[in-house]
Write a protein that binds this ligand. Structure first.
Ligand code: ZN
Length: 186
């Protein structure tokens, strides 16, 4: 949705030099990672003399920068809350992945901000929490594969059960499949 805001006579068109500049605001949604969306107001200037359309004063750079930093804070909150709810202890994660002590607590309290690499690490650990276990085993290749396959199997069994419970019951009756699949893996 585009909203006309005002005529901005302080600005000159960079294309033709006219001062007949209209200022518009447009609401846009930024789709971030981890299914996070953010609605922001983007500004446009439009010259009434020529066809120029753009952001003459460059205010959008600041708006976008602020939106990205808001999104990053949302990622940090989401991931750290996820660990806390599952009683995955911050010190253990820091030790496993080699972060300095109390790094996660400082990120949480905004006493320091992660770099882009730190935020990417958080997103990976949130998406694949078993990577923490892989790190605890010093990234040993064979152990890592076992953890990965075990987790994948667990997810597969649970999702099959959940989405196709009626189909599973029917197959049980038709095929006289009595044994229940184990939901546990070692
Ligand atoms: Zn112009």
């Amino acid at each position: 949705m585009l909203y006309f805001m005002y005529m901005d006579e302080r600005k000159l068109c960079p294309s033709c030099g006219s001062d007949k500049i209209e200022h518009f605001m447009q609401n846009e949604t930024i789709s971030g990672d981890l299914s996070k969306n953010l609605s922001i107001d983007i500004f446009y200037d439009k010259c009434m003399e020529c066809d120029f359309k753009g952001d003459i004063s460059g205010e959008n750079d600041k708006v976008i920068e602020k939106a990205l930093s808001t999104l990053n804070e949302a990622y940090i909150d989401e991931v750290l809350k996820y660990f806390e709810e599952r009683k995955i202890n911050f010190a253990g994660i820091e030790r496993a992945v080699g972060l300095p002590q109390r790094t996660l607590t400082k990120w949480k309290s905004r006493n320091s901000s992660p770099t882009a690499a730190g935020i990417a690490l958080l997103k990976y650990l949130r998406t694949f929490p078993w990577l923490i276990e892989v790190a605890e085993h010093k990234f040993d290749y064979n152990i890592a594969q076992k953890i990965f396959v075990g987790e994948a199997l667990d997810i597969f069994v649970k999702s099959t059960d959940f989405n196709d419970y009626n189909g599973y019951e029917k197959r049980l009756k038709n095929d006289k499949l009595i044994p229940q699949p184990s939901l546990h893996h070692s």
